[in-house]
Write a protein that binds this ligand. Sequence first.
Ligand code: IPD
Ligand code: CA
Ligand code: CA
Length: 292
Amino acid sequence: MAHSAILNVMIKAAYRAGRSLKRDLGEVEHLQVSLKGPRNFVTAADRRAEEIVYEELAKARPDYGFLGEEGGARAGTDRSHRWIVDPLDGTTNFLHGIPHFAVSIALERDGAIVAGLTYNPANDDLFVAERGKGAFLNDRRIRVAARQRLAEAVVACGLPHYGRGDLVLGRHEIAAAQTHFAGLRRFGAASLDLAWVAAGRFDAYWERDLSPWDLAAGIILVREAGGFISDLDGGDAILTKGQIVAGNETMQRELIRLMQEASKQAANDPQREINQSPAKVAAPAPGGRRAT
Ligand code: IPD
Ligand code: CA
Ligand code: CA
């Protein structure tokens, strides 16, 4: 399938970073690992992959800006174009040898996401989308699932953990989902959660406390696959609030309703007081040498 010039640039960068990640996956126990926050790991593999993606994208479009999870923002002379990159989404999975992680690249033009790619090097799943041109998995057109009944739906989510997110709210949201859906999945890579909604593997997905690089490519993948996305209040502030609810029209609307109910219950939950001060404990890095 012929892709546009801009998608070809993104695919080349993702494949090169993917080869580097596959090499590092084989050496994961020797990887340098450090903590960016409670249970939030970064490895030499994340940084290496980001440098490779930056190199490839800057070679093809030297004027574009670049926002990467590990290296932060790099300004470009072309103010209307910016790459948004997560070089390794699912770092905790990667560190445990769980083959569910991805390179995620999006292109933003004048504040709107116009192209996106999410690539899992472990199984070679390549999800791509461009505005007005549809969404594809390995060159096959994909659409969100058409299921209308919640009781038949499999839904994905993120989970708060100590030091990150609201544990009490999380418990109420999970309980609401467990009561209404056929299945709940926490797979550990937000960009793949959104790509799987676009491919109809998950019927819906919601998560909070996300960063632009977790979300950007997934936004256009779900939209171009005929799906609906918003923040948890039903609004458009997905990247600024770091929240997303995705699915077909019915699933997305129902998930918002259930999460808003859960949020009201959590607000009145006496546990809230007790959980206000999560212990900020540094966890030992699994397997890898710890950066001192
Ligand atoms: C994380 C994953 C995870 C999500 C976290 C993200 P990372 O990204 O997407 O599924 O729950 O909020 O930070 O740190 O592995 O790139
Ligand atoms: Ca991420
Ligand atoms: Ca990452």
